[in-house]
Write a new protein. Structure first.
Length: 278
């Protein structure tokens, strides 16, 4: 979902975009198969920058087996790409790699920045280990940026008319899909950005406000509220780690480097993304 917005936006900004694909490559494509640990290393020679936002679809419930799959997917893809880029004679200047907001613990009303303490649960450990795998490229002099991505507004899921989840008081950090594409471009061309970056709107909202704003944007009544116990029953660990957790995240590094948000408020972002989807 993210890559489908990032690639055309980068092309519109004058970049020449080459895609990594798992099938037989065509023009402007390079083949890889992260599950098999293979990649066309020669095809990655001489790029200015590399953007990695690939991920497996996450299951609704995290069993011990799905956790192994999630870890293998994140660590293997990051390691394969980072190690291959580090071994090239003509290395890229920058590797932009997807991480996630789950690296931070649920923190109530506390504002979270890139300098905040990290969590220790499964989700936080997954993201920390993924960032460590990507950091292997930095030993070869490549600038590595880890985008700690929040909930992304875009795709078919944006039309799910949710009601309040749990108490509704938990903070929800978010970013519009097209905003994230322009953030990727900013990160690629801004040498001062290194390490973790929070690609989030500067205006997080509480979950209840998100549900009400989405309803207005859709022109319909809010969905039924779902109590916390039912979310935990349906989703297990993921319910607490993502849905009921409160993360009030600030894009401090982006703002410090002069990034100007195109869709800074939730209603503007939702109306834009809903219009694009239509």
């Amino acid at each position: 979902m993210i890559g489908s917005a990032v690639a055309p936006y980068l092309a519109s900004q004058g970049h020449e975009v080459v895609r990594l694909v798992r099938r037989e490559p065509g023009a402007g494509e390079v083949r890889w198969d992260p599950d098999a640990g293979t990649i066309d290393a020669a095809g990655l020679e001489g790029f200015d920058g590399v953007v990695h936002v690939a991920s497996m679809p996450w299951p609704a419930r995290w069993t011990s087996e799905t956790k192994k799959q999630m870890r293998a997917n994140r660590i293997v893809t990051n390691s394969l790409l980072a190690e291959t880029l580090a071994s090239r004679k003509r290395k890229p200047r920058v590797l932009v790699c997807a991480s996630g907001m789950g690296i931070y613990p649920s923190s109530g009303d506390q504002v979270i920045t890139e300098e905040s303490a990290l969590g220790s649960d499964f989700l936080a450990t997954l993201q920390r280990d993924g960032e460590a795998a990507a950091a292997q490229a930095s030993t070869a002099g490549i600038r590595v940026v880890n985008l700690r991505i929040p909930a992304v507004l875009g795709g078919a899921a944006i039309r799910r008319n949710m009601g309040r989840l749990g108490s509704g008081r938990q903070w929800a950090s978010w970013v519009a899909r097209d905003e994230l594409a322009s953030i990727v471009n900013h990160v690629l061309v801004t040498d001062a950005l290194v390490g973790p970056v929070n690609p989030v709107s500067p205006n997080p909202v509480r979950n209840a406000e998100y549900a009400a704003t989405l309803s207005r944007a859709l022109g319909s009544k809010p969905g039924l509220p779902i109590p916390a116990f039912l979310l935990r029953l349906m989703l297990g660990e993921m319910g607490d780690a993502l849905i009921l957790a409160s993360r009030r995240i600030e894009p401090r590094k982006l703002l410090a480097t002069g990034y100007q948000f195109r869709f800074p408020t939730l209603e503007v972002a939702l109306r834009h993304e809903l219009g694009a989807a239509a």
